[in-house]
Design a protein around this ligand. Sequence first.
Ligand code: NDP
Ligand code: 8X3
Length: 253
Amino acid sequence: MSKIVCVTGATSGIGRATAEIFAKNGYNLILTGRRKELLEAVGEELVKKYKIDLMLLNFDVRNREAVDKAFESLPSGWKNIDILVNNAGLAVGLEPVQDGNIDDWERMIDTNVKGLLYVSRKVLPWMVKNNAGHVFNIASIAGKETYANGNVYCATKSAVDSLSRAMRIDMVKHGIKVTNVAPGAVETEFSIVRFKGDLQRADNVYKGYEPLTGADIADTIYYVATLPDHVCINDLVITPKAQASATIFNKQL
Ligand code: NDP
Ligand code: 8X3
């Protein structure tokens, strides 16, 4: 039977590209996201192109009850998830702490940290029961290095980094692998969300160099997921060639 991959936040960017590469290689998919129509469109396209089996779970990762209900609604065979990609996440705003918008902080903490935990709390027991599985947590270079005005987003991604290490310790005796993925600049909807729809500001983030694409990260996840069973890559920082740290870029403007 084909393996099952669950990707949270599959309606866009890294999550969507990750869904595509696994589908292309014959994996069955559980895809999640809030934008129902978009989620359905992504799912339909992948089924048509790659003839895979698919389950769509439409929920907000911040809503603990909705997470619970969505995963419990899966038919029992679908609970044997082989690979979980904890990808759903976002940055909102870029201000110094004293000017920060507390609603933005709560969105980031609730999505990037609590949402990832709610999903993991549902899926990990099923992996433990099977004594097998691989979890990918999409952290960020922002979790490795704190940058000006990144405060709460950086803190949430440091938390993801720390949770990846914690999960690896708790999961090792159950034969479950945990890989932390920390991308640098990837051109997705990320900056549009961060700058609340300001397309010009978002566009400027990726000017003067070639940023990563969602597919670059997806390819890496697929490579790590398909290594021999005894090999586990624990942690990856992936940047464009033109990025040396969270803030140092070789831009040709
Ligand atoms: P996108 O904005 O393109 O995608 C984010 C995805 O997360 C969407 O599918 C969105 O779906 C989903 N999502 C966001 N909030 C929620 C929520 N509350 N409940 C359910 N799903 C949610 O950005 P990226 O692809 O770039 O981001 C993916 C991950 O990668 C994030 O965790 C981000 O922090 C991380 N990352 C991104 C980098 C970049 O430069 N782009 C670099 C480093 C890390 P929907 O809106 O339909 O719910
Ligand atoms: C996204 C990358 O550097 O904009 O996590 O925070 S960064």
